[in-house]
Design a binder for this molecule. Structure first.
Ligand code: NAD
Length: 499
């Protein structure tokens, strides 16, 4: 059995706590590796290495730090297939989707190459008589990040690239369900020229997270994962005086207006609802057709498309639309929620229950499901299912559809499909959700904009990546300076050669 490691001070280090978790191959259901679960002493070793290395890194000029990022981008491209393969094998997502996971992280690294520009401070010449004022952005010191299983390449890079470009050391506690790619990324950063101790990976579960939360030296925590854990980490981290940003779960609505191109909307719903087996925080999990006629036509167009979906292991190549979910527990949770929808009276139009794939009977595959006539009081509407299950909630009017998205406690992403610019504009302006798509089902902002939801999908003030990341990973220091005047009058003004 393969035993994974931590990555501390430039070396792979075996776990010493004696605790391990299983890393599965979700397609076969087999345990393929053991992941060490760190205790507080193991975290301490990483913190000490980070603390020792960080001042020199912070003193390295931003352009040199950016060069490491530049080199890292080249290495990510060089190893793209290797990274995607390792990612698919532990997560289960298709090979092209795994490459997308690496690519969307890589784009944030590219953005961070602009660190010298982004870290330039502010300057006021003559703020008073003989007084100048300037603000500089300084790194925080030792920072940490806790990441989810569903984007094991992208989300770690969203955190560590800006943190490191700003001059911090970063300790990553990735998901214990797919920890191999984060370890590979740390190796590649060092190959790109990053000094030892600046990026370290400490694997673990709640015990490692709590050690991070209560460690005095750690200045900031970035978290992405489910809302209950986000809430816990935000509350505890803030009470410990840390700078914290936490991104939680989602329940993304897509509103389909009567004037929308329904083929386009149906195609969009297939990709956004079932891609990555629905294990995306930007997945569309609720379709809201406006009007009975729109709803009937939409369901009619969705059913054959859903029935044609190809579910299989990533090793089947491009011929697969989505793979297994991450663990047997995730599968059981989806099945339980599907049953709760049936019990609550929702209409199961496409029934993916009992799905089995020949040769992969023990894999964590879930067939695609489509519910119609879901209502807001049902658990399948209120909870994030994180599986290939799309719920349809019929709305009588645009205002009713808008109210649904507004009243849901989650506010990560949402979309509207329409040909009417007025409706689209009104929706984008009024809806209380962080990321909006207009005829775009998964509106994930690019690296130079920022990513973040509203309501219970986020805890904290600043978004991920884009300019916000450079604010999150730096502190502002403002200097007001006055120099004694009159010295120059008494000076020697005749030209003299240098001595
Ligand atoms: P999760 O909350 O179970 O785990 C996230 C991280 O927290 C992992 O590193 C895990 O080890 C750690 N953790 C788990 N339980 C903990 C506990 N009790 N105490 C302390 N730490 C704990 O989330 P997940 O299942 O890995 O990821 C899926 C979730 O992440 C979904 O809810 C999804 O919507 C969300 N997500 C959100 C975004 C976003 O940007 N808003 C992006 C991706 C995923």
């Amino acid at each position: 059995m393969k035993e994974l490691t931590h990555y501390i001070n430039g070396a792979h280090v075996k776990g010493t706590s004696g605790r391990f978790s299983d890393v599965y191959n979700p397609a076969t259901g087999e345990v393929q590796a053991k992941c060490p679960l760190a205790n507080a002493e193991e975290l301490e070793a990483a913190v000490q290495a980070a603390q020792a290395a960080q001042p020199k890194w912070a003193a390295t000029n931003p352009q040199r730090r950016a060069r490491v990022m530049m080199k890292f981008v080249g290495l990510l491209n060089r190893d793209m297939d290797k990274l995607a393969e390792a990612l698919s094998a532990e997560h289960g997502k298709t090979f092209p989707d795994a490459k997308g996971d690496v690519q969307r992280g890589l784009e944030v690294v590219e953005y961070c190459i602009g660190a010298p520009e982004l870290l330039k401070g502010e300057y006021t010449d003559g703020a008073g008589p003989g007084i100048d004022m300037y603000s500089m952005r300084q790194p925080l010191g030792v920072t940490a990040g806790i990441t989810p299983f569903n984007f094991p390449a992208m989300i770690p890079m969203w955190m560590f690239a800006p943190a490191i470009a700003c001059g911090n050391a970063f300790i990553l506690k990735p998901s214990e369900r797919d920890p191999s790619v984060p370890l590979m990324l740390a190796e590649l950063m060092e190959e790109a020229g990053l000094p030892k101790g600046i990026l370290q990976v400490v694997n673990g579960d709640k015990e490692a997270v709590d050690a991070i939360l209560y460690h005095d030296v750690i200045q900031s925590i970035g978290f992405v994962g489910s809302t209950p854990i986000a809430e816990y980490i935000y509350g505890t981290g803030c009470s410990q005086g840390k700078r914290v940003q936490c991104f939680g779960g989602a329940k993304n609505h897509m509103i389909i207006m009567p004037d929308a191109d329904l083929d386009q909307a149906a195609d969009a719903l297939i990709g956004a609802g079932y891609g990555a087996a629905g294990e995306r925080c930007m997945a569309i999990s609720v379709a809201v057709p406006v009007g009975e006629e729109t709803a009937d036509k939409l369901i009619e167009k969705l059913v054959p498309r859903i029935e044609a979906l190809k579910v299989g292991p990533y090793t089947s190549g491009d011929d697969v639309d989505y793979g297994p979910v991450v663990t047997a527990a995730a599968k059981a949770n989806i099945e339980r929620l599907v049953q709760s929808g049936i019990d609550a009276g929702a209409e199961l139009v496409v029934d993916g229950r009992g799905f089995s794939l020949q040769g992969y009977e023990d894999g964590f595959f879930v067939g695609p499901h489509l519910f119609d006539r879901v209502t807001p009081d049902m658990e399948i509407y209120q909870k994030e299912i994180f599986g290939p299950v799309l719920s349809t909630v019929r709305a009588a009017s645009y205002e009713e559809a808008l109210k649904l998205a507004m009243d849901h406690e989650m506010g990560n992403g949402t979309a509207i499909f329409t040909r009417d610019g007025d409706a689209a504009r009104d929706f984008a302006s009024r809806v209380n959700v962080g990321m909006i798509g207009i005829n775009v089902p998964i509106p994930v902002p690019l690296a130079y904009h920022t990513f973040g939801g509203w309501k219970k999908s986020v805890f904290g003030d600043l978004n991920q990546h884009g300019p916000d990341a450079f604010k999150f990973y730096t502190r502002t220091k403002t200097v007001t300076s006055r120099w004694p005047s009159g010295i120059k009058e008494g000076g020697e003004f005749n030209f003299k050669p240098m001595e």
